[in-house]
Design a protein around this ligand. Structure first.
Ligand SMILES: [Zn+2]
Length: 614
């Protein structure tokens, strides 16, 4: 008997520990010496890497992102062979000259002072450890490297079209992440990222004419002669022709920076003490817009803090650089020659990534919809609240993208790794649109208030971690008290569209009998609005039995009917008023359900309307 109990309890202990969350830790120290004229730098890097996983690691991988900017690289071939090329890239990598390509050359690599064997394969370094890294152990990996900054093609690079000299993103040898799903040493082809949590201590030696904006907080403003409130300070100026900039960032997944001799640097403080930095070129055509952007960015942070969780870092920088806009911890690089609306929109999108990427660090390569798409959803809400939006359905653009792909046959499941979508269009919709559709449809299923409550709880539960789709689903289940497995299976893991219709509306003994039908496989609960000729409006909500409950009432005259079992193609119910008192019936007037064929959603049926000459 005793033995049996022991076996059972150790079984439970085992399964409990298999559930325990863990994540790796990599603390970086880097010293970078820039040769700005040659667009090259040397780097010394020391990573204190702790294996918090339950596994023994025999190897590690690094990303060498700059190697993507070489003719014949995977990114180059992919960019030239994909059906719908990104216009920013097309064949530009193929035509880079020797002094325009990017590279990282690993000169020396050691583990705890002992030389390591490694093999470079495009943008990935495969490294065999000298000493296996046991669970719970820490090792120091040190690397000397030489790099060339590529001509700006995508995100990082030098001399972009707006004249920014250095956009330094994905710019250093970076350890690949090992998480509960194993190694993620994916070659860089220009899409999404995944990083290890850790602290960064980065020293940059660079010609004195440059102004630098970076992730982290500047540690030695007195040596630079420029404090981080933007005013000049007494200098402790080092001799020589370079300044030594020292930045420290705590608990981040990446480090980025930018440098230009012509940056204007402005700083404002929000009411809770967050310092917002702006770096832009002193160009008369853009200065007014950037000045206007500053108070708007303050409003954006205050809105996000209040509604989606508190931004945790001491500062954030909006920096002109790169192409388009791209998010990094504590900063964004965006192109600056934009209308005020566009500048505001891009800044809003990128700063929201401080929540959905920089703090809730999902593996964006695998789950871009939780990063880009949640951002789209929150961005639509924030834009409406801050700058107004008179469309009746703020997420309609996301749904349009989804329906367009369902119709043209290019739709791919949301589980697709972002690098592997067959077209840029499918990647765009699968990430930017589908995360918004996911949350907006979830509002329809569990209620808008529940989703908003869930977003805050998700932030507080999963900040500074790597949440996965099931983690988000669990938070939403706990908040709503409903079961959502089916929702995930049909929306995220498969690609069935949704179509419900009104089959018939007939007189009956009780009044009117309404017959509904599920045309496609994807089951959903139904919101049905009935308007009567005397102006009365009555709502009917039909939950799915597999939800094990229903959302709270979403309006007046809200009636919850009996469950619709997902196996049943049809559902019939009665209302106690005659057909001739019914003005109209509509399935999902909110349009959140993502019904791709709304022609059958309304009564009177369209042919009846035609007969009546309406
Ligand atoms: Zn984004």
């Amino acid at each position: 008997m005793k033995l049996k109990i022991a076996i059972i309890s150790s079984f439970f202990a085992l399964s409990a520990s298999a559930q325990t969350y863990w994540q790796q830790e990599a603390n970086y120290k880097m010293v970078i010496d820039m040769d700005a004229d040659k667009h090259q730098f040397t780097g010394e890097q020391e990573i204190e890497y702790t294996n918090h996983s339950p596994d023994t690691l025999n190897k590690v991988f690094y990303h060498l992102y700059f190697n993507a900017f070489q003719p014949g690289s995977m990114m180059d071939v992919r960019s030239r062979s994909i059906k719908d090329p990104d216009r920013r890239v097309t064949d530009r990598i193929f035509y880079l000259k020797d002094d325009e390509i990017g590279y990282h050359k690993v000169k020396k690599l050691k583990q705890d002072g002992k030389k390591l064997n490694f093999h470079v394969e495009g943008t990935i370094v495969e490294v065999e450890l000298k000493k296996p890294l046991l669970p719970g152990e820490t090792t120091v990996l040190s690397m000397d490297f030489e790099s060339q900054v590529p001509l700006q093609i995508r995100r990082s690079g030098r001399d972009n079209k707006e004249g920014i000299e250095f956009s330094m993103t994905q710019w250093y040898p970076k350890l690949a992440e090992y998480d509960q799903e194993g190694w993620h040493a994916h070659p860089y082809i220009g899409r999404e990222f995944h990083g290890i949590w850790g602290d960064y201590d980065v020293t940059i030696k660079m010609d004195k004419k440059y102004m630098i904006g970076a992730t982290g907080v500047l540690q030695n403003p007195n040596e630079i002669g420029h404090d981080y409130l933007g005013h000049e300070v007494d200098t402790d100026e080092p001799s020589g022709d370079k300044y030594i900039w020292i930045f420290k960032a705590e608990n981040v997944i990446d480090f980025a920076w930018a440098a230009d001799p012509d940056y204007v640097h402005e700083v404002v403080e929000t009411k809770d003490g967050l310092k917002l930095h702006f770096y832009y070129q002193n160009d008369t055509s853009i200065v007014d817009n950037w000045k206007e952007l500053i108070p708007r960015t303050v409003d954006m942070f205050e809105f996000m803090n209040e509604n989606f969780g508190q931004y945790p870092y001491p500062q954030y920088s909006v920096i002109q650089g790169g192409d388009g806009g791209m998010e990094y911890p504590m900063l964004t690089l965006i192109t600056g020659e934009r209308s005020l609306g566009s500048l505001t929109g891009v800044t809003l999108h990128e700063m929201i990534h401080s929540w959905y990427q920089a703090v809730l660090a999902t593996n964006e390569a695998k789950y871009a919809w939780m990063d880009e798409g949640f951002n789209t959803y929150v961005g639509n809400i924030a834009w409406k609240a801050l700058f107004g939006d008179n469309s009746d359905f703020i997420h309609s653009g996301a749904y349009r993208g989804y329906f367009a792909l369902l119709n043209n046959g290019n739709y791919e499941p949301m589980t697709t790794h972002s690098d592997h979508y067959g077209t840029n269009q499918a990647y765009g919709v699968g990430s930017y649109s589908m995360g918004a559709v996911y949350l907006s449809m979830l509002e329809y299923v569990i209620g808008e208030d529940q989703v908003r409550k869930g977003m805050k709880r998700y932030y507080n539960t999963w900040k500074f971690k790597h949440p996965e789709p099931r983690d988000f689903k669990r938070v939403m289940e706990k908040v709503s008290g409903l079961e959502l497995d089916w929702y995930h299976e049909y929306l995220v893991e498969q690609m069935h569209p949704i179509d419900y219709g009104i089959k018939s509306v007939l007189p009956s003994e009780k009044g009117t009998q309404i017959l509904l039908e599920r045309v496609e496989r994807f089951p959903m609960p139904i919101d049905l609005k009935v308007e009567f000729t005397n102006g009365d409006v009555v709502w009917y909500n039909i939950p799915l039995s597999i939800m094990r409950g229903e959302k709270p009432a979403e309006g007046e005259n809200w009636n919850v009917l009996s469950d619709w079992p997902w196996t049943h193609p049809q559902y019939e119910f009665q209302i106690d008023r005659p057909v001739n008192e019914i003005k109209s019936i509509e399935i999902d007037p909110s349009q959140r359900m993502a019904d791709w064929n709304r022609d059958n959603n309304t009564f009177p049926f369209s042919d009846e309307l035609r007969m009546r000459g309406e």
